[in-house]
Design a protein around this ligand. Structure first.
Ligand SMILES: Nc1ncnc2c1ncn2[C@@H]1O[C@H](COP(=O)(O)OP(=O)(O)OP(=O)(O)O)[C@@H](O)[C@H]1O
Ligand SMILES: [Mg+2]
Ligand SMILES: [Zn+2]
Length: 567
C-alpha cells in the first residue's frame, strides 16, 4: 500500500471543504449561483492557504456538466477530470518555470479555439508574478478582450509584483494565513478520519509551527506520524520540531516574571542540560512573548489552546513595555549566540538581561532575588546606579494613555493574585503612603494609588486627593481599577472617592520623586554607555527617552506610561 501524503489526499474538492477563507468562499459562491462570472480571477495569499485548490474548484464550478453553480457535482466527466488534472480545457501553468514570452504566447494562442469538451477554457497561471514583462504584455492583450469561452485564474503569493494593468483586470481575492486554532481543528478532523491517535497539545504545536499554512500543517503532521510510529504525541512532536517544549520554557518565563533570578537561572540551566538548542529556546521565548504582547494589545486569545491561560497570566503580570524589551533581548540573543564564548553562556546572558531590564506589572523596578550573577537587591547598592538593574531602557514614543491588558487576559488571571499573594492580609492603619508601599497595585490602579494622597478615611470611606497636574489619574476608569483592588482588602461597604485639587505633596509619587531626581542623571549616563543598550539603539532604532529612565530603586510611577505599549 502506498502512503499518499496528507496534503494531497486532503485537498478540498468543494467550496464547503475549505478551511477558513469564508469571505472568499461566500463571494465566489454568490457570484456563481447568480451567474455573475468574471473573466479573470486573482487569488493571492501566502503558501499553502488554498489558492490552487480554489482555482480548481472554481474550474469545476464553471465546467460541471450539471451546470454552473457553487456546488459542482464532483461526479461528471468534467469534475473528475479536473480533480485528476486531466481536463483538456484546463491549462495549468506554473509561471515560475515558464517565464518566457514565447511560451506565454504559444499558450495564449490556444485561447482563440473553442473548448473541446467543457463550457469554458480555463487558464490557471500559478505564481503569476514570475512572468517576465514581455510575457505579461502578451497576456494583457488576451486579458483585455478575452473570448467569451475563456476564463483566467491567476494565483500569486506576491501581488505587489504584478503590473497594475494586470491587477486592474482581475477580480482579486485575498486568502488569509490561518490562525493556529483553525489549523489545529483541521488536523484533528484529518487525524480522526485517518484513525491516527494524537494529543491535542501536539496538534497545537504543529499548528503553530505551520505559521498559517494548511499545507505545512499537514506536511508536518505527516512527519510527526512517521516520527511517532503512527501516533502524534506532544513530547515527540516537541522533539521533532526541535522545540524546547513548553515544559521547559514556561517555568523560565514565569521565574523571570516573578523576578526570581535564581529560579530563572536554574531553569536556564535545565534547558541547556537537556541538550536542547539555546537558539530554539530563545526563539520559543520570542514566540511566547509575541503572543503575550498580542494579548496585551487586545488580541483575542483562543480559549481552548493549551497555553492560553499561561499567556493570559503573563500578559497581566508583565508590563507591556517590559515584554517588548524581553522580546528584543530574545531576538538579539539569538543573533549573538555565535559570538558568545559558548551557546550556554550566550543563553544565560540573554536570560539575565531579561531579568535585569524592566519592571513588574505595577511599574516597580524588579527586586531580583538571589541570582548570583545579577546585582544585589535594591537598596543595598552603593550610590552609583547599577545599569543592569535599571528598568526598561528602551523607550517608545510616549503613549497618550495607559493601555490595559486585554479583558480576556485579565479575566483569566487576576493581576493582584499572582503579583501580591499576601496583599489581602495587610491592614490599612491610616498611613496611605506606607500602605501603598507594601501593596502591589498594578497598572491604572497603581498610578492612582501612587499619585493619590489621603484626604480622609471614615466609616470605610476612603477619600484621596490628586494634584491638578495629575488630574487624569482621577478619571473614572482609574478609580474603578483601584476600587476593585481595594475592595477585598477593606471589606463590606467600602467606598472610594477622589478629589482633584491642592495636596500636601505626600503621595508616594511625590515622596519618591524627590529621591529619584537626584539619581537620574547618573543613571542616564551609565545607561547610554551600556553596550547592550547601544545594541538596542543601533540595531533596532530604539531611542533612550530620558523620561523613561529610572535609577535602580526608584518607584516614580509616572514613566510607567512611557513603558506601556502604544494602543
Ligand atoms: N484553505 C484550505 N483548506 C483546506 N486545505 C487546504 C487549504 N489550503 C491549503 N490546503 C491544503 O494544502 C494543500 C496545498 O494547497 P494549495 O495548493 O491550494 O495551496 P496554495 O495556496 O496554492 O499554495 P502555493 O502558494 O504554495 O501554491 C492542499 O492540497 C490542501 O491539502
Ligand atoms: Mg498553488
Ligand atoms: Zn460535475
Amino acid at each position: 500500500m502506498t502512503y499518499q501524503v496528507l496534503a494531497r489526499k486532503w485537498r478540498p474538492k468543494a467550496f464547503d471543504q475549505l478551511v477558513g477563507q469564508p469571505h472568499v468562499v461566500t463571494a465566489l459562491a454568490n457570484a456563481l449561483d447568480t451567474g455573475r462570472l468574471h473573466h479573470a480571477y486573482l487569488f493571492t495569499g501566502t503558501r499553502g492557504v488554498g489558492k490552487t485548490t480554489l482555482a480548481r474548484i472554481l474550474a469545476k464550478a464553471i465546467n460541471c456538466e450539471t451546470g454552473v453553480s457553487s456546488r459542482p457535482c464532483g461526479k461528471c466527466r468534467a469534475c473528475t477530470d479536473i480533480d485528476s488534472g486531466r481536463f483538456v480545457d484546463m491549462l495549468e501553468v506554473d509561471a515560475a518555470t515558464n517565464t518566457k514570452v514565447d511560451e506565454m504566447r504559444e499558450l495564449l494562442d490556444t485561447a482563440q479555439y473553442m473548448p473541446v469538451s467543457g463550457r469554458y477554457k480555463v487558464y490557471i497561471i500559478d505564481e503569476v508574478h514570475m512572468l517576465s514583462r514581455h510575457a505579461f504584455n502578451s497576456m494583457l492583450k488576451t486579458l483585455e478582450e478575452p473570448p467569451e469561452h475563456v476564463k483566467f485564474i491567476l494565483a500569486t503569493t506576491d501581488p505587489q509584483r504584478l503590473p497594475v494593468t494586470v491587477l486592474s483586470r482581475c477580480l482579486q481575492f485575498n486568502l488569509k494565513a490561518l490562525p493556529p486554532l483553525a489549523l489545529a481543528g483541521h488536523l484533528k478532523r484529518v487525524l480522526d478520519a485517518e484513525g491516527i491517535p494524537f494529543e491535542d497539545a501536539a496538534l497545537a504545536m504543529l499548528a503553530r509551527a505551520a505559521a498559517g499554512s494548511v499545507r505545512d500543517s499537514l506536511s508536518l503532521t505527516d512527519q510527526a506520524i512517521a516520527f511517532g510510529s503512527g501516533k502524534v504525541m506532544a513530547s515527540q512532536v516537541a522533539d521533532m520540531l526541535g522545540a524546547v517544549g513548553g515544559d521547559l520554557v514556561w517555568p523560565l518565563l514565569e521565574a523571570i516574571a516573578s523576578a526570581d533570578g535564581a529560579g530563572a537561572l536554574a531553569e536556564a540551566e535545565r534547558i541547556s542540560e537537556r541538550g536542547l538548542s539555546c537558539d530554539q529556546a530563545l526563539q520559543d521565548i520570542a514566540g511566547i512573548l509575541h503572543r503575550v504582547a498580542m494579548a496585551q494589545h487586545g488580541a483575542q486569545l483562543a480559549p481552548d489552546e493549551p497555553d492560553t491561560a499561561r499567556i493570559a497570566a503573563l500578559a497581566s503580570r508583565l508590563d507591556a513595555g517590559r515584554v517588548q524589551v524581553m522580546y528584543q533581548v530574545a531576538v538579539l540573543g539569538r543573533r549573538d549566540l555565535p559570538l558568545a564564548p559558548d551557546e550556554i553562556a550566550g543563553f544565560g546572558m540573554a536570560v539575565m538581561r531579561m531579568l535585569s531590564f524592566g519592571t513588574t506589572a505595577s511599574g516597580e523596578p524588579l527586586p531580583v532575588r538571589g541570582a548570583p550573577a545579577v546585582p544585589a537587591p535594591r537598596g543595598e547598592a552603593g550610590p552609583a546606579p547599577s545599569v543592569a538593574r535599571n528598568p526598561a531602557p528602551v523607550a517608545r514614543e510616549p503613549a497618550p494613555a495607559v493601555r490595559e491588558p486585554a479583558p480576556v487576559a485579565r479575566e483569566a488571571a487576576p493581576v493582584a493574585e499572582s503579583a501580591a499573594p499576601a496583599a489581602a492580609a495587610i491592614a490599612f492603619d491610616g498611613d496611605w503612603t506606607a500602605f501603598v508601599d507594601r501593596q502591589n497595585f498594578s497598572g491604572m490602579a497603581g498610578l492612582l494609588a501612587r499619585y493619590g494622597e489621603l484626604d480622609s478615611f471614615e466609616g470605610n470611606h476612603l477619600q484621596l486627593a490628586v494634584p491638578e497636574a495629575h488630574r487624569m489619574y482621577a478619571e473614572k476608569s482609574y478609580q474603578e481599577k483601584l476600587k476593585a483592588e481595594l475592595a477585598p482588602r477593606f471589606g463590606a461597604g467600602f467606598r472610594l472617592s477622589v478629589r482633584v485639587g491642592p495636596t500636601n505633596g505626600k503621595s508616594v509619587a511625590a515622596v519618591r520623586g524627590v529621591e529619584a531626581q537626584k539619581r537620574l542623571d547618573g543613571a542616564t549616563a551609565a545607561l547610554e554607555s551600556d553596550p547592550f543598550v547601544r545594541d538596542l539603539v543601533e540595531g533596532m532604532g530604539a531611542q533612550v527617552v530620558p523620561s523613561s529612565i529610572r535609577p535602580a530603586g526608584d518607584r516614580e510611577p509616572e514613566s510607567n506610561e512611557n513603558r506601556r505599549g502604544k494602543p
